[in-house]
Design a protein around this ligand. Sequence first.
Ligand code: GH3
Ligand code: MG
Ligand code: MG
Ligand code: MG
Length: 312
Amino acid sequence: TKPAQALDLAAKLDELLLGERREEQLRILVVDDEPEVAAYHSLILQEAGMSVKQLHDPSGILDVLRQFNPDLVLADMYMPRCTGVELAAIIRQLPEYISLPIVYLSNETNRKKQFSAMQVGVEGFITKPVIPEELVAAVVLRAERMRTLRALMSRDSLTSLYNHTTTTEMLHTSLAQAIRQQENLILVMLDLDNFKEVNDLHGHMAGDQVLVALSRILKHRLRGSDIIGRYGGEEFALLLKDVTLVYAEKLVNQLREDFSNIAFTAGKARFNCTFSAGLSCYPDYTHVDALRMAADRALYQAKHQGRNQVVV
Ligand code: GH3
Ligand code: MG
Ligand code: MG
Ligand code: MG
């Protein structure tokens, strides 16, 4: 059983993701120079449903952080090549891991030494031998909080889609992946038509309702592996993996058609809304900036040609 507070956080995360599938398992990195000790603690956490990686030589920490991307690090305090304090200091130097929870798991019972070891920015201290329930509770609580915080920071609060920063990061990683795997990648830049007018005529709340409706239809229709971002105010970026340009154009046109048929209401008024979209693809463009500029050009052309259309 999970502690009540952790359950609240999990519920909050579900609400935030609006039914989008969330990653199931919490990822915990266990750093201990003694393999048997690391294995024992890992087993406790694995049995509680977590995904665990063990690291016996702390000098490999940075590579493991990048590859495994843990939600929490459980670290021994005394290791031959690097102390827990040094390990925490190394992790905290990197901006992307500034809020990664680190918990010591150590034989150290001297409170003064515990306190000074925590000064480097560590979230907690658990003394060995552990009580399994205590270890699980301490880890789940902090790791869930980290997950929720990450989700909040990477998403837009109105639509819960990825925000501009995250979308840009994902454009870089997705293109690198497409190149590595020699797969197509389609970038769709999508912008609502005459949206200023929607706000002016029907109010800002009605405008927000349109943005939420569009994000829902996008989430519903695209695959779990596709990326949907709110790139700007009423501009969205979609990354479609491993499909042809012809297929993507057809898909976006179908979305355009269906979206244009949604009847919105604001007071007594009923209105419809449309979007225009521009598509570009890898391998036609092999750099992020070129890919983005090509999609922007296509979008501009769609607007110029009268809106409510898709241009490749
Ligand atoms: P175009 O077809 O050329 O794209 O015209 P447009 O009116 O959509 O474009 P413009 O860039 O002139 O206006 C965008 C509008 O989108 C203005 C801004 O108030 C509105 N907008 C941006 N973000 C939000 C939001 O979060 N909520 C609401 N309701 N409106 C927003
Ligand atoms: Mg040790
Ligand atoms: Mg617009
Ligand atoms: Mg715009």
